[in-house]
Design a protein around this ligand. Sequence first.
Ligand code: SAH
Ligand code: SF4
Length: 456
Amino acid sequence: MNEHDSERIAGLLESDGYEETSNQSDADVIVVNTCCIRENADNKLYGTLGNMKQLKDDNPDLQIMVGGCLAQKDRELIQQRAGHVDVVFGTHNVHRATALLSDARSNGPVTEIWEEADPDEAFASALPARREIDYAAWLTIQVGCDNSCAFCIVPSVRGVEISRTPEEIVAEAERLSSQGVTEITLLGQNVNSYGRDLALAARRSGDQSVRIRPAFAQLLRSVGAVDGIRRVRYTSPHPKDMTTEVFEAMAETPEVMPHLHFPLQSGSDRILRKMHRGYRAERFLAKAAQARETIPDLALTTDIIVGFPGETEDDFTETLRVAAKAEFDSAFTFVYSPRPGTEAAEMVDDFCDPDEVKDRYARLRTVIERSALAKQQGRVGVTEEVIVEGPSKKDPTRLSGRTGQNKLVHFPRPEGPLRPGSYARVRVTEGHTQYLIGEFVERTAAASHRTRIPVL
Ligand code: SAH
Ligand code: SF4
């Protein structure tokens, strides 16, 4: 979500005449887009801003903007601790970026935070986005979150759930496709509750025929049907709201990739209850099993938090057990980080011992990596269609690509051009924990986006 906001800010600046530079000392504007989901991002901000002070001393015309949810949370603090910042803005007024810059240029430092989204501006669908990658794009379908997970700061900084209409989403998918985008990732904090607010609003305005049920499954089918879109992904669904219809839509829509990111958070029912996640471990496992039965060749990934307040060794053992049983393809694992204003941050007496948490974290990684390696090795011998991302970072004689399951694969560069955004068939020859090795079989589709050529 945050990366996509960065693209929108960059797009706004570009349409205002700014050009990207890779050298900070050449910049007229530097935007620091922050995230407060975990504390380490918090810690990094002031160091980063401190380093920029010198740039500003060397070039007094330089403008520094700080946006995102951390800026929203710490608004006054930023001005206090880094007086050289010109603009502080939040997540609900991203579309104001260029106006705020010119305001600050005439009148001095500005802080403008909107407490909630303006529904007309929430998606800023008309905002240009300067995408880092030309052939793949994020598409926001929903902002905010109506859940109240005890550890999570998102609802307080991103506000209540607002869904974008299906017509608008499909129109944006068509627009992206016409620009040569072939892969779309639908974005929302709880995508399976997509559309609930729209149905409720329709009912309130008198249309009793509207059923209050998640419209996400239908949305997957509609976006998959957009001409030119070859791959649809999404993140994140919430296990408590996951329905059979979504699994069926995934199975029956060939464009929807066989990858489910399914955040577990903890394997202990006691901790899940304290987190207010709304499901138990057995229910999570049953849904994961149903997903695997319904969707052929599904890759399953997750998020897990270690050391939530009050987590005992027994609770953690349950997490290990559930993680092992779920046989995840990979997982983002996090050490619990208290966030101001959240329910769990108040549970200070129950905070876990940091050394113990470190030890648990390492044990969890072992379990995750064991199933990850087995899953990766299970791909050996399979011929996969991959989207080509470009030369491998470590070895330029190889290209890197992503399989349908979202696994990274490196393969020797074939004769002839195969530019980023092309599709190719690659036969997997080796499976490693983080990547696959393969050999090129054939190109299946050329990239269709235009290459950006800098105008000098
Ligand atoms: N809406 C998504 C999560 C978005 S945040 C969902 O419900 O799945 C992404 C991940 O960050 C979460 O899944 C969680 O594992 C992690 N996270 C969020 N708050 C955290 C905290 N306070 N400490 C550690 N990890 C956290
Ligand atoms: Fe945070 Fe829970 Fe909402 Fe995800 S579902 S954004 S974890 S409150």
